[in-house]
Design a protein around this ligand. Structure first.
Ligand SMILES: C[S@@+](CC[C@H](N)C(=O)[O-])C[C@H]1O[C@@H](n2cnc3c(N)ncnc32)[C@H](O)[C@@H]1O
Length: 215
């Protein structure tokens, strides 16, 4: 399965915004955030609350089907065509340096090999302004699927089952993620275990990080 295939099915489209996104709105408002990038926007569920709260939102995803679904969803719910959408890979973002005061990426950057994860974190750092926020979730080694499928490098598996079949997942623990983030120039403000809605219900095997770009 690839992302375009996956999003062709309505049941694979998540529409309710992530609670973490709703919780970030006050923080972002108080910090004077204006421009937000939703990296790996999927079908657009997390764009909506930011738009409704007056932020300027850009969004990117590797899947054309997801981008088109997100465009329609934003138009339908917010009657807005003001979101700048770019179809691009997380390892090569089509945005200029220092474009955003916040980047939000929910359940995206772990979809790859370690090298992809590191490049994505570095790209996020590049497009953020100094002092900008990164709100990120990744899959953790406590996730129920850790260890299943084919081991393709340390902590990276490709399963041949379910909707994730064929898609690599790089699993992280707190220390690994902290290292990845600090090496890329982020200061971690908070890290916690969290649940993310998946097909079949909430799964708790994720990590959520709020970080700031240092310089
Ligand atoms: C699990 S979905 C999450 C979507 C969205 N963030 C949400 O919370 O609803 C993962 C998303 O990451 C996107 N994605 C996967 N690999 C990517 C990559 N290399 N670059 C950009 N986006 C990617 C997929 O197309 C998909 O939309």
């Amino acid at each position: 399965m690839n992302w375009n295939e996956l999003f062709k099915y309505e049941e694979n489209r998540w529409l309710a915004p992530a609670q973490l996104v709703l919780d970030s709105i006050e923080l972002f408002k108080n910090a004077g955030v204006q421009n937000i990038l939703d990296l790996g926007c999927g079908c657009g569920r997390n764009i909506i609350p930011y738009l409704k709260n007056g932020f300027t939102v850009s969004a990117s995803d590797i899947s054309e089907v997801a981008i088109n679904a997100a465009k329609s969803y934003v138009l339908e719910v917010c009657n807005s065509d003001e979101v700048l959408f770019e179809r691009c890979c997380m390892t090569q973002l089509l945005f200029k340096d220092s474009s955003f005061e916040a980047v939000v990426s929910i359940s995206v950057i772990n979809h790859g090999f370690k090298e992809d994860v590191l490049k994505a974190i570095s790209e996020i750092n590049r497009v953020l302004k100094v002092g900008g926020f990164l709100l990120l979730t990744v899959i953790s080694k406590e996730h129920i699927t850790f260890g299943s499928g084919q081991l393709v490098e340390k902590d990276t598996f490709i399963t041949d089952k379910g909707i994730d079949a064929g898609i690599p997942h790089h699993f992280m623990d707190e220390l690994t993620l902290e290292n990845y983030m600090t090496q890329a120039g982020f200061h971690i403000e908070a890290m916690k275990k969290c649940g993310i809605k998946e097909i079949g219900g909430i799964n708790n095997g994720h990590l959520c990080v709020l970080a700031k770009k240092m310089n």
